[in-house]
Ligand binder design. Structure first.
Ligand code: PMP
Length: 364
């Protein structure tokens, strides 16, 4: 069996150790005589899997007791609606920082439910969304029910390297493409959500970490499946949860805990990202079009400046076992997503390929 280095933005690589463990359990989980995929979600075995995953995540992210962990469905995009439905409780107004396509989508969805304003945006940057807006407390309306940000912009390869100061206004963060890549102080946020398919598990489960006081205020017409209170009261089992994904998430949490937790994960991620960015900064064949102080550690965007060469790069890299390096269709160029499960050797192989490609395809 030959495994490639998969630089996909998501769904993306899972740790080999986790896949191997899942393979061991695939036909029969412990003494149950059945696969997790075949198990009732009301069985004691699955309840243990669910609670273990919740406990491991709480430990890993040091989640305070006054926050609930919900395993929801519908991807991060469903949270674009669930957040306003649950949180626009007081003044029916919220402020959004728009720093990429996903925060823009979140803003557009929220606009269906209340008075939603853009407090700051990097849409006007050149190239578009190549930086993260700076904000101060006075940028937010004092009566906003919450402020929403996308912490890491998967498509553009930018990341918030500061947590906006919103005073008493709850801060909501889409962490789909950076959750578990480094420690975060959960208490600085009112709500964190993330689709699983980058750093957590296969696609199908969405993690929501929400402070208790933000639960229980959903609009009366909120669909049951999006109501945080209903989800919390039913321990994320109001209906059949994505059992397999939750099991896989639990294995990934344990994988990170076993390696030493999020500090160690961050050390490894910094080492990988530095290897690639240091190379990009050391030469002129490729350009990294992102504001240096806003660079993402997870999604590294680069271009040759020639669309035909970019295409050739992605296709030859793929033939060499370095898959999914083509940039997002809206941006072009290349994007290397180097999430937690990408080994250092994968980034080494990429840099070696980049050097070889530059020599073989000179630009004049
Ligand atoms: N937010 C971010 C930051 C993302 O990267 C993505 C998907 N790549 C989404 C939201 C949408 O996630 P989903 O496909 O799970 O709805």
């Amino acid at each position: 069996m030959e495994r490639c280095y998969n630089f996909s933005a998501g769904p993306s690589m899972l740790p080999l150790e986790v896949l191997t463990k899942a393979q061991e359990d695939l036909l029969a989980y412990k003494d149950s005589g059945m696969s997790v995929m075949e198990m009732s979600h009301r069985s004691p075995e699955f309840e243990e899997i669910l609670h273990h995953a919740q406990d491991s995540l709480r430990k890993l992210m040091n989640i305070p007791d006054n926050y609930k962990i919900l395993f929801m469905q519908g991807g991060a995009s469903t949270q674009f609606a669930a957040v306003p439905l649950n949180l626009l409780s007081d003044h029916k107004c919220a402020d959004y920082i728009v720093s990429g396509q996903f925060s823009k989508k979140a803003y557009q969805e929220a606009k269906k439910y209340g008075d939603i304003a853009i407090a700051a945006s990097s849409a006007g940057a050149v190239p578009v969304f190549s930086t993260i807006p700076e904000t101060k407390r006075s940028d937010f309306r004092p009566d906003a029910d919450y402020v929403h940000i996308c912490f890491n912009n998967t498509i553009y390869g930018t990341k918030f390297h500061y947590v906006p100061d919103t005073g008493n206004i709850p801060l909501v963060a889409d962490m789909s493409s950076c959750i578990l890549s480094e420690p975060v102080d959960v208490s600085q946020f009112g709500l964190i959500y993330a689709g699983a398919q980058k750093n957590v598990a296969p696609a199908g489960v969405t993690i929501v970490i929400v402070r208790d006081d933000l639960i229980g205020n959903a609009r009366p017409d909120t669909p049951a499946m999006l109501d945080y209170k209903l989800m919390a009261d039913n321990d994320s089992m109001y209906n059949t949860p994505p059992c397999w994904c939750i099991y896989m998430a639990g294995l990934v949490f344990d994988w990170i805990l076993d390696m030493g937790g999020l500090e160690e994960m961050k050390r490894r991620n910094e080492r990988k990202a530095s290897l690639l960015y240091d190379y990009l900064d050391s030469q002129s064949y490729y350009t990294a079009p992102v504001d240096k102080k806003c660079r993402s550690m997870m999604n590294v965007v680069f271009v040759t400046g020639n669309a035909d060469l970019d295409k050739k790069f992605a296709s030859e890299a793929s033939a060499a076992g370095l898959k999914n390096l083509k940039g997002h269709r809206s941006v072009g160029g290349m994007r290397a997503s180097i999430y937690n499960a990408m080994p250092y050797e994968g980034v080494q192989a990429l840099v070696a390929f980049m050097k070889k490609f530059a020599i073989e395809n000179p630009q004049f």
